[in-house]
Design a protein around this ligand. Structure first.
Ligand SMILES: Nc1nc2c(ncn2[C@@H]2O[C@H](COP(=O)(O)OP(=O)(O)OP(=O)(O)O)[C@@H](O)[C@H]2O)c(=O)[nH]1
Ligand SMILES: [Mg+2]
Ligand SMILES: [Zn+2]
Length: 276
């Protein structure tokens, strides 16, 4: 599949061999600090979530961090608009994540409804679809292709979760014609999305908060109990959303910890390969 990769290896050096316009990676599920490459050369990331219990601001922010970190344009695609009582509320919550964020509300089963997404899928464009199982990624691909060749499956009735219908990453070519010619990468629903070495992405997604920290009296302010903390002042005068600050700190701390951990593992591996 040409440039398209799914690699799971013990060595992080792979990242340096690949020269891609963009490269998604994440810590592989499990605790051994390996990286899993998700997709390369992606122009646009459709972050797919449904207008129901799948919708989760903290998880969306994680995907946004990934997209910003690799320099891919993120688009939040809200599916199952036809089933939602108040779809506009989901749109508003998604738009609040970042001022410049594209948010599209669709009924993924309806070709007309997804036509706004075709603008991102023109000739030479590659779009990867990510999100939980059952949110309708494969359904979107079918509707954009104008076919029903890709398997989809109803979500479990008891809790609305998907059944992991798509099990491997697959590339699909959109028909040539207006709004066609692009490539779609359908991916299996992700169970967890850990973050490592995405500090730049965290800074971009939370650029407003990072800017405010520049006004803290101490450059190493932890924003907990220091005097002259601009973050706490912002929370106090309600210009900052405390929940968003908490999510920022959590992502930043997670990134710092796992990045340090990955660096240690990398040098350990380098030393042991030299010793051989
Ligand atoms: N009513 C409605 N149903 C939808 C919509 N989008 C998807 N579905 C249904 O949701 C179910 C799951 O859709 P899939 O496309 O298989 O979901 P997926 O994200 O590809 O799931 P995995 O392959 O498991 O990751 C199917 O029964 C779809 O028909 C939508 O916008 N509205
Ligand atoms: Mg699927
Ligand atoms: Zn502070």
């Amino acid at each position: 599949m040409g440039d398209w990769l799914l690699i799971e290896r013990g060595s992080l050096a792979i990242e340096r061999i690949l020269r891609r316009t963009s490269l998604f990676k994440r810590p592989a599920p499990g605790d051994d600090n390996r990286l899993q490459l998700i997709a390369a050369n992606v122009d646009t990331l459709f972050i797919v979530t449904s207008c129901d219990q799948d919708f989760n601001v903290a998880r969306l922010e994680r995907y946004l961090v990934l997209a910003h970190d690799v320099g891919v344009r993120p688009v939040v695609v809200l599916t199952k608009a036809d089933l939602a009582v108040d779809a506009a509320a989901y749109v508003a919550a998604a738009k609040a994540l970042h001022p410049a964020l594209y948010v599209e509300l669709v009924n993924g089963r309806d070709a007309k409804s997804v036509s706004a997404l075709a603008a991102f899928c023109g000739a030479g464009e590659t779009v990867a679809l990510v999100g939980s199982s059952g949110v309708g990624k494969s359904t979107l691909v079918n509707s954009l292709k104008g076919s029903d060749s890709i398997a989809t499956q109803a979500v479990r009735e008891s809790d609305g979760r998907g059944l992991h219908t798509t099990t491997v990453r697959e590339m699909h070519r959109l028909g040539v014609g207006p709004g066609g010619g692009g490539w779609l990468v359908d991916t299996p629903g992700m169970r967890e999305l850990k973050m490592s070495e995405v500090g730049a992405g965290v800074t971009e997604v939370f650029d407003d908060i990072v800017e405010i920290t520049l006004n803290c009296r101490f450059t190493n302010c932890s924003h907990v109990d220091e005097p002259g903390c601009a973050i706490r002042a912002g929370i106090a005068d309600r210009t900052l959303d405390p929940a968003r600050v908490v999510r920022w700190r959590k992502l930043r701390d997670e990134d710092v910890a796992s990045t340090a951990n990955a660096a240690v593992q990398r040098s350990r591996r380098a030393r042991s390969s030299k010793a051989k």
